[in-house]
Design a protein around this ligand. Sequence first.
Ligand code: PHE
Length: 447
Amino acid sequence: MSEQARASFGGKLSAILVAAGSAIGLGSIWRFPYMAGENGGAAFLLVYLLCVFVVGIPVMLGEFAVGRATKLNAVGAFRSLSRPWRWLGYNGVLGALFISGYYYIVAGWSLEYMVNSFGQLYSSGDSFTSQFALFQASPRQAIYTVVFILLTHLIIVRGVEKGIEKASKVMMPALFIILIIMAIRVALMPNAIEGYRFFLKPDFSTAFSAETIFTAIGQAFFSLSLGMGCMVTYASYFKKENHLTSTSMSVALLTLLVAVLAGLVIFPAVFSAGLEPAEGASLIFITLPEIFKDMPLASVWSAIFFLLLTLASLTSTISFHEVLTAYFAEEHKFSRKNATRITSALSVALCMLTLLWHFDIDFAGIKLENISFFEIFDYVTANILMPLGGLLTCIFVAWFMKPDFLRNEITNYGTLKGRVYPLLRFALRYVTPLLIVYIFLKNLGVF
Ligand code: PHE
């Protein structure tokens, strides 16, 4: 596609909002609290913060540079710079497929909770734990998943500017406002202080275990949409005047802010309601209704929150849908419409596989019963494909490409000062890749 014909996002703010729209989603509001809950609370928060700065921002800049310089989909972008490196693009496409296999399901949960806020959620009197279990056992789960894929599909067909950009601009600011209101509300609940202690006072004896760092790096990649061709694809729609460094900093800070706000809402509520922070994937769907139920207009608040969670998820689902759509359209020469259809159909198929097929694993000493692709897709994307993609992106940008490549993109061909460039290059050459490799090996028990 020629440069003129290719779509692009509007101005500076649009670039930040769409990238933040991709980053901020279930990762910060659903996954971050439950990972923190299972991994020591404040200790996890501390390591996660470090990972965002040391690993997240450099990798994001590397991806931005590749995307904007080539103006192509993930596979095409790497291929056009060096043919063998197209495999790094395929890593992203695979990651986007795997993530599609379960993310829509969780997004569907939030859609159902939004609708059900006015249904029996607050009127039936059953515990939220058993309501969640009942919902998971019903066919409604599959229906909401498919509805979510359709919603994503509709935005993607509208194209880059009208669909993606418009959607992000409205949804993101609204999400911040409601999270702040909720954080203030939970501060007034009895026993909230226990939650703050759990979330903000680190226990250094657990903070630096290999597993905590491994999980935190995975979470940093997941929440910033990295190592998966997503920021490459989005940056291919950036304008040449966009300031990559400040865009990546803003995206990282906004994502952090949402994750911290989510923690400040969820943990005080968990302790106040006498629940377990290590509840796992169902955490927010059980604890948040506990907060709402004692508020005046419970259903309304609940519906607003789950609406915004749905919208935040939507700006993320469109971003990995776009990775696949751009790939099918540009690499396999499908029309954009057909590329969108193929991606949506694949997403439905994968999610149905995840929902319908449960099995046991008894292999190489690992025994697991009744598991589904949900855990496998999540684990493999966040803990393997994304860090691997990030690691290879560092090597590609800072070792394989000539220094000018990164410098030109960071300084917009000499028009910006690019003071961070030396630091960034140092991080991408040494600090970030070594840290990822070290943690990988350490977690495998090599050290
Ligand atoms: N960052 C998104 C979230 O946290 C998930 C995502 C990952 C989106 C990878 C695109 C690519 O919800």
